[in-house]
Design a protein around this ligand. Structure first.
Ligand SMILES: NC(=O)c1ccc[n+]([C@@H]2O[C@H](COP(=O)([O-])OP(=O)(O)OC[C@H]3O[C@@H](n4cnc5c(N)ncnc54)[C@H](O)[C@@H]3O)[C@@H](O)[C@H]2O)c1
Ligand SMILES: O=C(O)[C@H](O)COP(=O)(O)O
Length: 526
């Protein structure tokens, strides 16, 4: 395994990567051309916010399986390309939140008390203890845009200063506002027109880019102070410069700029703006957590484990993962049967979860089923990241339903796969913690332990069929491990499921197919 690290991560994080046995190459911020020319060699890459992992880079990254973002924001990674290529993107969303929140507090204090201006004068050996009149935070109104991880940390910290905190975040439940004792504002305008400080803590998205510009600032309370420690461009830099020059905004504390690295933004030349070069995550604690965290996530993803912070697929908590592991294996196995038994393109897949399974993270089991279904028929590598997209691109409609009980089993997963006017069904269950069973195929009931090679034969229900198949396989030196026969009506069609110890050849299958009374036989590899 080869891992490329293109930005600085902590020694502790590097150590975790190196001790895994992977070959770790560190190339700090390599020139774009060099990066494009070497990326095909790597299975994983670790980046921060500088490296542009865009569509073009993905087109060169033939072996890439994982992109690890040592940090939070993933706006430098082109997620649709990653998902299409089945590349897992992992990050460390919590690891630097406290540091980013503390820097926000730092900027608020700095601009309220003019600390940077006073410091600059002192460095010029100039003493003026009357010139830097600031304002207190005490009893002032603070407006937070985005009450997520960092927004909430900022809220609780500023409540200790006895600020009155309100927030605008249309995507979270009222209970979160109540939990943090924050007043909810229905619109950005409602927030900005009455607060003394506004601080943004949203991701940068199509919706949030430029969300605070001239229009919003014109409605702001005169003398408002503005902080951005989230992402450059959420507040329009030209418009903010204008608002400061107009005296609408009294001061701003800015950690992030739209085009980083940047030394030319108009904000550089405005008196009351305090700037830092994107150092929100720049603490020993954050970097250790981020570095070690991303290293474990990248290695886990490379080993094919379910990771906790995958950005482009649903994630599971550790305890959920243990519980769901066997059902994931079962789901993938059930999915593998269809295209090995039928060539008819699938129109619709119905997944019915019954019994205990409904309490699990079924979204993830559905991905496992789709992975199993698509693997035998697509050229691309299929994984949990791109399985859904691949199914969609083939026009497969996926419908999930849940029933709290099953007549026979404590837990049951059934697939109904519709192709033209036919419907193929298969179902299975997990006994205990990890004993998988195929329990039904096309309405025939079984209790089969899935194994790497299985023969599914349809036959006429008549005497001698089991003997004939057994003799035939024996003559071809294929050992039968288990054999089960199921029928619904005596004398009509029956089904046999055989688990065998070695893979039969096409010729072997043809001979079995020719046994009188055998209607068809199919090999399923799991
Ligand atoms: N300066 C730094 O070094 C640094 C460090 C860490 C994180 N960050 C950045 O801080 C920001 C916040 O990170 P987080 O971990 O708190 O994210 P988060 O996902 O936990 O929270 C973001 C919140 O923004 C809300 N939101 C989304 N769109 C919105 C909109 N249009 N209007 C109002 N609210 C909206 C979401 O509902 C969510 O509650 C991100 O941009 C992240 O990249 C910067
Ligand atoms: O999103 C983040 O984690 C922060 O903005 C930090 O970015 P950085 O890792 O480039 O410092």
């Amino acid at each position: 395994m080869k891992i490329l690290v293109t930005e600085k991560i902590s020694e502790k994080g590097l150590k975790v990567l190196q001790e895994s046995g992977a070959k770790v190459d560190i190339k700090m911020k390599p020139p774009r051309e060099e990066l494009l020319s070497i990326i095909a060699e790597y299975d994983a890459m670790v980046v921060r916010s500088y490296t542009k992992v865009d569509e073009e880079l993905f087109s060169y990254a033939k072996n890439l399986k994982v992109v690890g973002r040592a940090g939070n924001g993933v706006d430098n990674i082109h997620m649709p390309s990653a998902t299409k290529k089945g590349v897992i993107v992992v990050n460390t969303p919590d690891a630097n939140s406290v540091s980013a929140a503390e820097l926000t507090v730092g900027h608020m204090l700095a601009i309220s008390r003019k600390i940077p201006q006073a410091h600059q004068a002192m460095k010029k050996h100039h003493w003026d203890n009357h010139g830097y009149i600031g304002t207190e935070l005490y009893k002032k109104k603070l407006g937070i845009v985005g009450l997520g991880r960092i927004g909430a940390l900022v809220a609780t910290r500023m409540q200790a200063f006895e600020m009155e905190v309100s927030a605008y975040d249309p995507y979270i439940a009222d209970s979160r506002f109540e939990k943090f004792g924050v007043e909810k504002k229905e619109t950005l305008e409602e927030l900005i027109k009455e607060v003394d400080f506004v601080t943004v803590h949203t991701p940068k998205t199509k919706e949030t880019a430029g969300m605070i510009g001239k229009n919003e600032l014109m409605k702001a309370k005169k003398g408002i102070k503005v902080i951005n420690c989230a992402r450059g461009g959420i507040i329009n830099e030209e418009d903010l410069t204008w608002a400061i020059q107009q005296g609408i905004v009294e001061a701003a504390g800015i950690d992030v700029l739209k085009d980083e690295p940047d030394t030319t933004s108009p904000l550089f030349d405005v008196e009351n703006v305090t700037l830092t070069p994107h150092i929100g995550a720049g603490t020993v604690e954050a970097q250790d957590k981020v570095g070690v965290g991303v290293a474990h996530e990248v290695l886990g993803a490379l080993r094919g484990e379910m990771v906790t912070n995958a950005v482009n697929m649903p994630t599971l908590m550790r305890q959920e993962l243990d519980q769901v592991q066997s059902s994931l294996r079962l789901g993938e196995i059930l999915g593998k049967f269809y295209y090995q038994m039928s060539k008819e393109p699938v129109d619709r897949l119905e997944i019915i979860y019954r019994g205990e399974t409904v309490h699990m993270e079924t979204q993830m089991i559905t991905l496992a089923i789709l992975k199993g279904l698509m693997e035998p028929v697509v050229q691309e590598k299929v994984n949990y990241v791109n399985a859904k997209l691949l199914a969609k691109s083939r026009g497969i409609e996926v419908i999930e339903s849940q029933q709290s009980e099953d007549d026979r089993y404590l837990n049951f997963i059934q697939l109904k796969i519709y192709a033209k006017d036919k419907c193929f069904t298969i179902g299975g269950t997990v006994f205990g913690k990890k004993e998988l069973r195929i329990a039904e195929v096309n309405g025939f009931v079984f209790d089969v332990v899935p194994t790497p090679y299985m023969l599914i034969a349809k036959n006429i229900d008549q005497p001698g069929m089991i003997g004939k198949i057994g003799t035939n396989l024996g003559e071809h030196h294929i050992n039968i491990a288990t054999m089960q026969v199921s029928r619904n009506v005596q004398g009509e069609k029956a089904m046999m499921v055989l688990t065998i110890d070695s893979e039969p050849t096409e010729e072997d299958l043809k001979m079995i197919q020719e046994v009188p009374g055998i209607l068809n036989v199919q090999l399923v590899r799991l």
